[in-house]
Design a protein around this ligand. Sequence first.
Ligand SMILES: CC(C)(COP(=O)(O)OP(=O)(O)OC[C@H]1O[C@@H](n2cnc3c(N)ncnc32)[C@H](O)[C@@H]1OP(=O)(O)O)[C@@H](O)C(=O)NCCC(=O)NCCSC(=O)C[C@H](O)C(=O)O
Ligand code: MG
Length: 276
Amino acid sequence: MTARPRRSALFMPASNARAIEKAKGLDCDVVILDLEDAVAPELKAEARAAAVAAVATGGFGTRELVVRVNGLDTEWGADDCAAIARAAPDAILLPKISTPADLAIARAEVGRTVPLWAMIETCTAVIHIGALTGAAAEFGLSCLIAGTNDLAKEMRCRPDAARTALVPALATIVMAGRSNGLVVLDGVCNILDDGPVLADECGQGAMLGFDGKTLIHPAQIAAANRAFGASDAERAWAEAVIAAFAQPENADRGAIRVNGEMVERLHLAQAERILG
Ligand SMILES: CC(C)(COP(=O)(O)OP(=O)(O)OC[C@H]1O[C@@H](n2cnc3c(N)ncnc32)[C@H](O)[C@@H]1OP(=O)(O)O)[C@@H](O)C(=O)NCCC(=O)NCCSC(=O)C[C@H](O)C(=O)O
Ligand SMILES: [Mg+2]
């Protein structure tokens, strides 16, 4: 079983040509060209053209290339969807998606082919996330990203270093994504240095079950790759579990002892995912 890594998903303004070139050599798994919040209104058309050109030119190697469009309730959203869908990146990321109706509108604008990713960053989206993710297959939605800045703004909460006020929403997003087979990515850390705040936030995201973290600066990539990649200890555990279940005497057993721990076949599946 193999899974595409999405440990680190780096946002950059599509209007920033230097950042886009730099991304081609960075160790991130996903590159997200932003047309929304990182781009000033007077640069929206220029940024859209730059994103189309970047997708056409390529050069991003194995990194997934995603473009975040403007909201469909803005003057730029429909034109963004049409232009970016023609360019055909690996996915189109939709901001402020709250309901299945929002997804339906976006799918109609984008057409049938390009996969959709959605920012979960409104209170309505979190409260009604079961309906949203239940419609994922119908509208080709494959990934959820927690938009923690917008969510905190709308909640009027005051997130501390441990993101206490956001944890219920973050766990809800993970569960909703998992229950529908979607990729789930944590929100950005606004502290740009690769220091303890970022390390703790990455560790918290991995602990909550996210597949990776969205990032805003190259200095944040290594911390995300470390936190969301398998550690040496996890790899050793996975190898031991797989080897134990491969023994002929365990062929028909559901639960066995490995290095002093009970492991069941659900752990075998986890071990295969870790090594995959
Ligand atoms: C945050 C920044 C504005 C900081 O910019 P700056 O101080 O100019 O960065 P540096 O001088 O440290 O840059 C050093 C070099 O790294 C390149 N760089 C910087 N950022 C990126 C990047 N994101 N991707 C690729 N390369 C980057 C610089 O070009 C320098 O290169 P060189 O000249 O060769 O040395 C800036 O980092 C930035 O714009 N970040 C992205 C902001 C963004 O995209 N925001 C939108 C997404 S987050 C969001 O919207 C949240 C969500 O919706 C929510 O609600 O939570
Ligand atoms: Mg946002």
